[in-house]
Ligand binder design. Structure first.
Ligand SMILES: *Cc1c(COP(=O)(O)O)cnc(C)c1O
Ligand SMILES: [Zn+2]
Length: 411
């Protein structure tokens, strides 16, 4: 594909494929030739003739080619019908479990494409600004392609986080001072140094995130979901899903396109606030209005693609809503107990969010919602801190048989 970058807002085009933001201030994405997606749009028939593994199945919509390594293991996640979650959600639920990526989050779709593009451009070093899933993902993809990787983390990062990132052996730099300001600084450093920082809404990442929507569409065809529900922080994933909806719509895929809903943590929800206030732009939250949350992967108070995510929900007829830590915790338990899914708190927001949306009548009970739990919960388990373990009873050996018999007769 040709690598023209386009602004969704003012429609400016740029031939310089290293640009990340438009002169108007908004983030750019790669232009996609939607005629290449007509087979996906196939109205009822299964698409044929696509090969390639993981995101590369949609290579004609991506700005880079499969570089090898774990790039082919990204994506290709299952879409699971989950009827036991229907009652909680208040509608028909499908789960697109992004925890099944190589490093346990959808970030791998973006890292696969962004690291591949950096390699095609001759980069020797890639970098990112993250102390969570994006750091792990970028470092893993770089490792599998023998690229150096630099990860900028805040000075106060926890040892547990460092352990997860360090296993892929990147250079980890603890940076003092205002961590939020590093987004801008890293973009500038990419221009002046031989190192490519691949940030949360990098155009190549957003292209990779778009493949999540393509997979959902293929898995459900000829049916179309009514709602797609994703967590949002910087707005990169929401942008990629919206990009996919636009491209498939242009290719003629939908009689009625799905509505996009984004869920934020109430502790830091600039997108929801702008939506609720009817504003067209997301403004940064002042520090004294940002709280603590268990949903550590979300909650960017100054989201670089926030306004684009807001535009996405407006244009598709969706909404932005927020949920509390209490709701998130309950939703996380229900994902496991009623669905068999181990999701991290940031991802549990999708179930908590859809519950509110059906209560408000934004999604009807006979409608189909695809929830996108973005990351696995396994990274945060295993400390033994949970009291749930105390629920396990102890059985004397001679009593085991009768205890099991009484269990079986209860079914
Ligand atoms: C990064 C991340 C998000 C937020 O995605 P954005 O693209 O920043 O909006 C949500 N959930 C998980 C698990 C993540 O790692
Ligand atoms: Zn613009």
């Amino acid at each position: 594909m040709d690598r023209t970058l386009v602004c969704y807002r003012c429609e400016s085009e740029y031939r310089d494929d290293r640009r990340v933001r438009c002169d108007c201030g908004e983030p750019l994405w790669f232009d996609v030739d939607s005629s290449a997606l007509e087979d996906l749009a196939g109205r009822g028939e299964r698409p044929t003739g696509r090969d390639g593994r993981g995101p590369w199945r949609y290579a004609d919509a991506l700005p880079a080619a499969d570089p090898g390594g774990i790039a082919a293991a990204a994506g290709n996640t299952p879409l699971i019908r989950s009827p036991r979650l229907d009652r909680v959600a208040g509608c028909r639920v499908y789960v697109a479990d992004e925890g099944e990526n190589p490093t346990g989050s959808y970030k791998d779709r973006g890292s696969a494409v962004a690291v591949a593009l950096a390699l095609e451009r001759g980069a020797d070093v890639v970098g990112t600004v993250s102390y969570g899933n994006m750091a792990m993902s970028t470092a893993a993809h770089a490792a599998s392609l023998d690229l150096e990787c630099v990860v900028l983390v805040p000075e106060t990062v926890s040892p547990g986080r460092l352990e997860l990132i360090a296993q892929y052996d990147p250079t980890i730099l603890r940076v003092e001072g205002d961590y939020g300001g590093l987004y801008r600084e890293a973009l500038e450093l990419t221009r002046s140094l031989p190192i490519s920082f691949l940030l949360s809404d990098d155009p190549a990442r957003v292209a990779g995130y778009e493949t999540a929507l393509f997979e959902i569409h293929e898995a459900l065809a000829p049916e179309t979901p009514d709602a797609i529900v994703v967590p949002a922080s910087s707005g990169g994933l929401a942008s990629g899903i919206w990009r996919g909806l636009r491209d498939l719509e242009r290719a003629g895929a939908f009689a009625e396109p799905p509505r996009l809903y984004v869920v934020q943590t109430a502790a830091s929800d600039p997108i929801t606030r702008a939506f609720a206030a009817g504003r067209d732009d997301v403004s940064p939250l002042p520090a004294d209005e940002v709280g603590e949350t268990i949903a550590r992967s979300i909650g960017n108070p100054n989201p670089p693609s926030g306004t684009r995510a807001l535009t996405a929900v407006r244009r598709t007829g969706g909404a932005a809503i927020s949920v509390t830590d209490e709701e998130i915790e309950r939703a996380q338990r229900r994902f496991a107990e009623l669905g068999g899914f181990c999701v991290e708190p940031a991802s549990a927001t999708t179930l908590a969010g859809v519950e509110r949306l059906t209560e408000r009548g934004e999604i009807d009970e006979d409608e189909t919602a695809v929830l996108v739990p973005t990351g696995t919960g396994f990274k945060e388990l295993g400390t033994g801190a949970e009291t749930e373990a105390d629920r396990a009873e102890t059985v004397a050996r001679p009593d085991l048989s009768s205890r099991l018999e009484s269990l079986a007769s209860r079914r």
